[in-house]
Design a protein around this ligand. Structure first.
Ligand SMILES: C[S@@+](CC[C@H](N)C(=O)[O-])C[C@H]1O[C@@H](n2cnc3c(N)ncnc32)[C@H](O)[C@@H]1O
Length: 189
């Protein structure tokens, strides 16, 4: 399920691909989203799979008004620029009781987490941050192939570099869904 009105950077094609990915995981799985903003992707993950638990991690401290002026923000931006990030997120997630919110920064202490079958990484996009997120979440998830993320594109070359380097070191392939910037590891033959 997609709510196109929730503001955020993902294209509709990317939300559809996330919907497909989350449909494929086993019943009652754990899902993690690292970097949630106002919940554009989180809504897809939580609403499509009410049988699964979604943990979202974000400090919820960015300046929403600034972000919503960004050229790549989609959805209905005008109504939310005066509200806090956290209040706006809660408003969008209202009614989805399978969402657990961690207000803070990735990585989280291990004891807070059970092994997720799907981790969507969309937090800080500089090389050190994305490399650290991939390294950490690959050890928490059921498999490194449970990891996927946003913005594998020339505009975010640090994301491409960190994803490619991790794949090469671990003999994994990188699938980038056509028409999107979503990457996902797979076991190379
Ligand atoms: C690109 S936005 C996320 C967009 C979101 N996935 C969506 O669907 O709209 C990046 C978010 O990452 C958050 N962030 C930055 N560093 C983080 C960290 N270390 N851990 C978790 N979230 C972080 C920011 O607060 C911001 O809300």
């Amino acid at each position: 399920m997609i709510d196109e009105t929730i503001p955020g950077p993902s294209e509709i094609a990317e939300l559809r691909y996330l919907e497909k990915l989350v449909t494929e995981i086993p019943a009652s799985s754990e899902i993690v989203e690292v970097g949630t903003f106002l919940g554009r992707a989180a809504y897809v993950l939580a609403a499509t799979r009410p049988d699964c638990n979604l943990t979202v991690i974000d400090p919820f401290d960015c300046n929403v008004g600034e972000w919503l002026r960004g050229p790549t923000i989609r959805g209905e931006v005008s109504r939310y620029s005066g509200q806090s990030q956290f209040d706006t997120f809660k408003q969008f997630m209202n009614g989805h009781e399978n969402v657990r919110v961690c207000v803070g920064k990735s990585p989280l202490p291990r004891w807070m987490l059970s092994s997720p079958n799907l981790v969507f990484i969309d937090a800080a996009h500089n090389y050190d941050a994305i490399a650290a997120d991939i390294a950490y979440w690959s050890t928490i998830a059921t498999s490194p192939t449970a990891l996927c993320g946003h913005d594998y594109c020339d505009e975010f070359s640090d994301v491409k570099q960190a994803v490619n380097e991790f794949a090469n070191r671990n003999n994994l392939g990188v699938h980038v869904e056509p028409g999107t910037t979503i990457w996902k590891f797979f076991h190379a033959a």
